[in-house]
Design a binder for this molecule. Sequence first.
Ligand code: TXA
Ligand code: MG
Length: 401
Amino acid sequence: MAFTTEVLECNPDSISFPTDQPEITSSETQEALHRASEELRAQRTVAFPTETVYGLGALALEPAAAAKIFSTKGRPPDNPLIVHVSSREMLQRVLPPGYALSRTYETLLKHFWPGPLTLLFPSDPSIVPPIITANQPAVAVRMPSHPVARALIALTDAPIAAPSANSSGKPSPTRAEHVYDDLQGKLGVILDGGPCGVGLESTVVDGLQEDGNLRVLRPGGVTVEDLERVIREDLSDVVPLPKVLVHRRDYRDEAMEQAPTTPGMKYRHYSPSVPVTLLCTQSQPPSGAARTSLTAFLDTLQSDARSLGKPLHVGVLAPSDSPLLEKLRAAPLPDVRWTEFPLGPLEEPAVSAHRLFDGLLSLDKAKVDLILIEEIKEEREGLAVMNRVRKAAGDSVWIDI
Ligand code: TXA
Ligand code: MG
């Protein structure tokens, strides 16, 4: 079905939550939210801002509505969806009757909900349709903190399933314009609430395992350091103290890696339409791979440019105070044209998280021939940044600078 896609402005500052129900002072925002809510109730998809990335929402408990998410995005059916709720009461509606949260989950909810943390809960297929969970025993749920997202869910009075609002495989959208460029004609309404604050998707955590530890399936907006801190502070009397284990860093799960439920394991992710190369300046090359000198790397670029017969347009995503960036700027490469997209200071990975997808999408739109991304430290938000960068990059070069 072809749609005329309308982009409706919403002012997040006009929305407050004195209770679970929003109070909205702007009539434009109120009308836009009601319009979007009608679309959802009519079992169609709507794009809306969250604090992480823009989401493509549909009624989670209506299989026919949820199915439209998969067709709009071209998403493989075995990749499960996150269910978004606006209140604790709505969370209980999607959980098995009588299910009580563990003390660890109560602690996480107290500190991080609403916010960029998704938790796995046991799922009752008579409540949550199997199309949402891809027949997994657990359902992923989060309560977004973005006022527009939370108000839309509360006004619709129904849990909303929402993956990122991009065609499958592309970088996730962090501005309404990104959604429009990608999905225009495939949905009726995009709510524009301005740029997303976090810029990367939520952290997906499985705390349902017998040992009581938290397993981070996808690093994201809530950092591992944040999770460890609240566990240390609020659960100090629990023996043994739950650990925070990051998939592929602290543990591996072969069965899970075969299943599509592990975010980004099976499918191609976050790839713009131009090639992306990761420039590693922090990590050691794997055995068998060698470091390249910066001069040798630049020589390759220059000779690629010469054989192209026109200037090679190279997009660079790097920390604004990176020594590598300074050297690239100073390099005498007559046939290379640079477009920089700074990722913020080296010591502020939250800024890199905020800017990464915007950078990939903006450089793609600027029609560069190649994107270079510089590696950052895998600390705090840097862990989630590098998780996405590795999936976006077709190849990696270890540079000696
Ligand atoms: O920040 C976010 O999480 C955004 C915004 C829109 O809320 N949503 C998002 O959804 O990133 P999506 O579909 O792009 O990524 C959700 C990931 C999937 O890759 C999936 O593997 C994992 O969460 N997931 C969902 N349900 C799951 C389940 N039942 N068990 C394990 N993993 C699950
Ligand atoms: Mg996604």
